[in-house]
Every structure is written in C-alpha cells, then in structure tokens.
Design a protein around this ligand. Structure first.
Ligand code: FE2
Length: 230
C-alpha cells in the first residue's frame, strides 16, 4: 500500500537515472574484481598460479591487445582471460597435473579438457561470457591443429591467440620443480619458428618487443648485451 512514509522513503532514495546507472556499473565492476580475486585464490590453493607472473602476463596481454586495436570492452575480457585462462585445471586430477614426467596419451587427453572446464565455469558469470570464450580457445593453433575446436586463423578469438603466445613464452622461460626454464633467446626463437603454424604472426610480431625488453632486463642484470641474440 502507498503511504506517506513510503513516499518519503522513496523520495529519499531517488537518484537521477544517470547517477543510478553509474552506481550499478561501479557495483558490477567491484563484483567482477572480487570474483577475479576469488578465482585467483582458488588457483593459488591448487598451486596453479604463477604468482607475480600472472599480473605480468595480463600486462603483456593488454599491451599486445591494445597494439592490435582491441576495443575497450574487449580489453577487460582480455585481462580476465589472461589471468584465469587455466582455471579449468582445477578440474584435473593432481596425479596428472603434477606428474613430473611426460604424460601418457590417455593422460594428455584428460589434460586437454581444461579449456572446456574453464569455459563451463566462467560462462555462468554474467559479463564474463566473452572472456570464457577466449579461455575455451586458448589452446587452438593458428593452422587449425589445436584443441578443443580445431579452429583456424581468424576463427579463433583474438584474445585466445594472444593468450596462446604469451602463455607459451612464459611456460618456456619459467623454471618448474622438474625442469629448468629455457633461456629467453631460445624461447623467442621458438616463438618465431612457430609463427604462422601454432601462433598468429601478428600477435608474435607485437609480442617480440616485450620479450626483447624482458631479455634486456635479464641481460642488464647479468652485465651483457641483448643485440646478439635477436
Ligand atoms: Fe592452458
């Protein structure tokens, strides 16, 4: 029933539509940040996060995406995909995930499910549908030989093509309990060698200056020069 009290209360909470929309947008943005944070903690619990690396990966991804002209909204999706692309590994058994040796063909088939697991979770979150698609396709290859869809070239979302390059580079140079990280110059050579087959050449080209900067800082720390290896 409409009463004076209700009228007074309604007039008290009334805000111009533009302000209301801004408030809702801020709430959604805060919710989105909290969710990303919560998912990141899940990755930590499963020991799947690369820690400070994940922030650096997101920075690289955003830089490359910006250079390739992705729109502002897509950049937000790009950041989520870069941070959470392997969230589906939470659904993979530890015996496979942490196996300190080469996976059997059967184990590899199980491991290949992680992009679909990640997509299935993230797509349920309003506003993360496009990021979930980037996650679904982050192991597709530019020549169509990847998984899960066997998508080719431009069929693969740009965000997925960017994650693919950056994730591969990070995996190659990172030291794991069971193996030493590869020298950066060797990782760069492999990226260039797989440009056009595994990786989108445009993404590789835009990423190389970042890899080179990484190399420069490593070589600067070692007191040597980077020019000989590129
Ligand atoms: Fe992955």
């Amino acid at each position: 029933m409409w009463t004076d009290n209700a009228a007074s209360s309604a007039s008290h909470t009334w805000a111009p539509p533009a302000l209301h929309v801004k408030h809702v947008e801020e709430q959604l943005s805060a919710l989105r940040s909290s969710l990303i944070c919560a998912f990141n903690q899940l990755l930590d619990l499963k020991d799947l996060n690369t820690g400070v690396h994940s922030t650096r990966l997101a920075e690289w991804a955003l830089h490359v995406a910006g250079e390739l002209g992705l729109e502002r909204e897509s950049l937000a999706d790009m950041e989520v995909a870069a941070l959470l692309h392997d969230i589906g590994k939470i659904g993979i058994a530890d015996a496979i995930l942490n196996k300190p040796a080469k996976l059997t063909a059967e184990e590899y088939e199980v491991m290949k499910k992680h992009p679909e697991f990640g997509w299935a979770v993230l797509r349920q979150v309003p506003g993360m549908e496009r990021a979930s698609l980037m996650i679904l396709h982050h192991h597709e290859n530019f020549d169509g030989t990847g998984y899960p869809g066997g998508l080719k070239g431009e069929e693969i979302p740009m965000g997925s093509r960017i994650v693919s390059v950056i994730d591969a580079f990070d995996a190659m140079v990172s030291t794991r309990p069971y193996r030493q990280g590869m020298p950066i110059e060797e990782a760069v050579r492999r990226l260039v060698a797989a440009s056009g087959t595994q990786f989108d050449p445009r993404v590789v080209n835009r990423f190389l200056p970042l890899a080179q900067a990484e190399m420069t800082s490593v070589f600067a720390a070692a007191g040597t020069s980077v020019t000989a290896v590129l």
